[in-house]
Design a protein around this ligand. Structure first.
Ligand SMILES: [Zn+2]
Ligand SMILES: [Zn+2]
Length: 135
């Protein structure tokens, strides 16, 4: 059996085995823990995608995995995240809904306050343009 181990452009370790490309972190997890449920991802706890020691790997359902990468933290059963505009860390309920898919509510990067401010600025700009074109 011929095996080649290399790191791809995204920083993940891949194994080429008998012409097949395999992701090393999934192989390690399945060897040490067991099968990964369908739709689950393997998260690298220290964010180093080339660090495939078992203690660095954590299996997560994908919506959870996505949240983890957006800086979300779970506090007393509620997801918290940081607003990309004001940088304030607050519960997810303080963010406007972007879309709901598969029972998961996706929120915007801006909190409700910042989104309101953004809309206000946008409206003010539009008004200013209108006034300018009138004169
Ligand atoms: Zn991850
Ligand atoms: Zn904000």
């Amino acid at each position: 059996m011929k095996e080649v181990r290399f790191i791809n452009d995204d920083g993940y370790v891949l194994i080429k085995r008998d012409g097949k490309l395999l992701r090393e972190h999934r192989l390690v997890y399945e060897r040490e823990v067991g099968p990964i449920p369908a739709g689950w991802h393997i998260h690298h706890v220290n964010e180093d995608t080339a660090d495939n020691r078992i203690e660095n790997l954590e299996a997560l359902p994908w919506p959870l995995h996505k949240r983890r990468h957006c800086g979300h933290v779970m506090r007393e059963g509620v997801w918290w995240k940081t607003c990309t505009s004001c940088g304030v860390h607050q519960p997810e309920s303080e963010f406007p809904t972007k879309k709901i898919q598969g029972g998961v509510r996706y929120t915007r990067g801006n909190c409700i306050e910042c989104e309101r401010e953004r809309q206000r600025v946008k409206t003010a700009k539009r008004k200013a343009t209108l006034n300018a074109s009138r004169s």
